[in-house]
Design a binder for this molecule. Structure first.
Ligand code: RIB
Length: 296
């Protein structure tokens, strides 16, 4: 089977991760346990995950002209992600995500930095590559008008678009219509569809809106009924990047021509493995690892 061609348009950041027993309240200081710097950013995470899962991945994004930017580029090379369309922006810092891991969950503040320079004009430079792809994946850590622009472009050139609407923000009806697949978590779904019950939103967009419900699984409407594709139980070390791994695996399977249920199951299995390692990319599995556990 030839590899699926996937373009990821999105953020590349350095994750600055603090682990702590407790999360500080506003105005409070607590003592943490460790500090680590690891590659992250929703776009980069999805690109790395898709490459490990066997896709030919073209990253389209920006980094700063700093040490973090150079480390991010090296990490792409180590994971066989093509960076012909990842440019360092002069005099600008790389994106950073400030992550606290405490009480079994993460909280994250993202500073976009160079990711804010991924403009519609920048996307035009990668037009030829985008047109050749089986699927484009995009998230929301880049400028809003770029996401709208890419969705229109993908519709025009008939390349399916997987929109992971994270972090949450209200989006236009046009963007929802232009995207082929949309994968909000439960919170993001309430922001996206604030004017209607989630059940109605699912029914309005059959086989388009896939709500990721964490440990429960992924819910969508198949045109006749609501379907919940269950997730796999594991002992979680760090849930950061699980959503990105789901998106990458789901997108890779779809780009290979697999059906919705099979693609979601592949995504769920990959995401469950990803939480067994530290850092957004630390536990992201290879294709062989996912296939082995799926066949057990
Ligand atoms: O989805 C996880 C990612 O969100 C982290 O890697 C961090 O960079 C934040 O953007």
């Amino acid at each position: 089977m030839s590899k699926a061609k996937v373009a990821v348009i999105g953020s590349s950041s350095m994750d600055l991760v603090v682990t702590s027993k407790e999360r500080p309240n506003a105005g409070e200081t607590v003592l943490g346990e460790s500090f680590k710097t690891v590659p992250g950013g929703k776009g980069a995470n999805q690109a790395v995950a898709a490459a490990r899962l066997g896709a030919n991945v073209y990253m389209i994004g920006c980094v700063g002209d700093d040490d973090y930017g150079r480390a991010i580029l090296k990490n792409f090379a180590d994971n066989a992600v093509n960076t012909d369309y990842v440019e360092p922006v002069t005099g600008v810092a790389s994106g950073t995500a400030h992550i606290t891991l405490a009480e079994g969950d993460n909280s994250i503040v993202v500073v976009k930095g160079a990711n804010d320079y991924i403009t519609p004009a920048y996307i035009d430079k990668a037009m030829k590559r985008i047109k050749e792809c089986d699927l484009v994946m995009i998230q929301q850590e880049i400028p809003e008008d770029t996401v709208e622009y890419v969705a229109e472009l993908c519709k025009k050139v008939h390349v399916p678009l997987l929109l992971n609407p994270a972090p949450a923000r209200e989006i236009s009806r046009k963007l929802i219509e232009n995207a082929t697949y949309i994968t909000p978590n439960e919170h993001e779904a309430t922001v996206l569809f604030h004017d209607q019950p989630i059940k109605d939103a699912l029914m309005a967009f059959p086989e388009k809106v896939m709500i990721t419900e964490g440990a429960a699984g992924v819910r969508y409407f198949d045109g006749v009924k609501e379907v919940l594709v269950p997730s796999f139980k594991v002992e979680a070390v760090d849930t950061t990047g699980a959503g990105d791994t789901f998106n990458a695996a789901f997108g890779t399977a779809i780009a290979e021509g697999k059906g919705i249920v099979e693609s979601i199951t592949f995504g769920n299995r990959a995401a469950s493995l990803s939480v067994t390692g530290f850092g957004a990319q630390g536990g992201m599995p290879t294709r062989e690892e996912v296939e082995r556990v799926l066949s057990e």
